[in-house]
Write a protein of this length. Structure first.
Ligand code: GSH
Length: 228
């Protein structure tokens, strides 16, 4: 039984999607990041980065959402492209593009759009520009193929889905979908999958702290606390 340390945020949800798609038995263990549970010593011993997701699978501990997707895909042999150097190159390129570009730039765009104090024009402009540029690359890539790696639904689509659900919050409103029709098509298709519906139902299993109050802000944005 895999232990799955999660919250309802984009990175854990892509792993939830894989676990549900593959029908792997797992125990969901909530980590409430607004109360600081990600810094508990027992959790940091599993993920030194103090962030979700993380899984424990027997004697294997894996953290970072895209590493977990690749680990689970290779372990099960599911949701991978055909076995060829060209397909492997595509898989790694797009998976890392999402891990190192789409996710981080989207996260920073959300931070500067919705959270950061003024003055923030320069940072908001930079991260919005980069997030939009990354999503634009995915949009163009999906113009002539149904899924990120062609005709087959893979872990790259799952990885994209994690943040794709948040695109209006990243780029500033539902009207962004008119510029990203191929991504909207992929989102709607994945959202309708029974596995995605089950993954999203994790929200009914645990009540996470909803308020982003001062205590939560001090935990989530520790750089704002003066050094003592
Ligand atoms: N690169 C990591 C990023 C993980 C991450 O940023 N997780 C967020 C939720 S999406 C988190 O745990 N935030 C709590 C915090 O920053 O304290 C991954 O892909 O798993």
């Amino acid at each position: 039984m895999i232990q799955f340390y999660y919250s309802l945020a984009p990175n854990p949800m892509k792993v939830a999607l894989f676990l549900e798609e593959a029908g792997l038995p797992y125990e969901p263990i909530p980590v409430d990041t607004r109360t600081g549970a990600q810094f508990d010593a027992a959790f940091v011993a599993l993920n030194p980065n103090g962030k979700v997701p993380c899984i424990v699978d027997g004697d294997a501990t894996v953290f970072d959402s895209n590493a977990i997707l690749l680990y689970l895909a290779e372990k099960t042999g599911r949701f991978l492209p055909e076995s060829s150097p060209a397909a492997r190159g595509d898989l790694l390129s797009w998976l890392m593009f999402v891990a190192t570009g789409v996710g981080p730039f989207s996260g920073q765009a959300v931070h500067f759009r919705h959270v950061a104090p003024e003055p923030k024009d320069y940072a908001l402009t930079r991260y919005s520009f980069e997030a939009e540029r990354h999503w634009g690359i995915l949009e163009a890539h999906l113009a002539d193929r149904p899924y990120m790696l062609g005709d087959t639904y893979t872990i790259v689509d799952m990885s994209v889905w994690g943040w794709l659900r948040m695109v209006p919050r990243v780029l500033g409103g539902d009207e962004v979908w008119s510029r990203l029709p191929n991504l909207k098509r992929l989102l709607d298709e994945i959202n309708a999958r029974p596995a995605a519906i089950r993954a999203l139902a994790l929200k009914d299993r645990h009540v996470f702290k909803a308020e982003m109050d001062d205590a939560a802000r001090r935990i989530m944005f520790r750089h704002t606390i003066p050094a003592t």
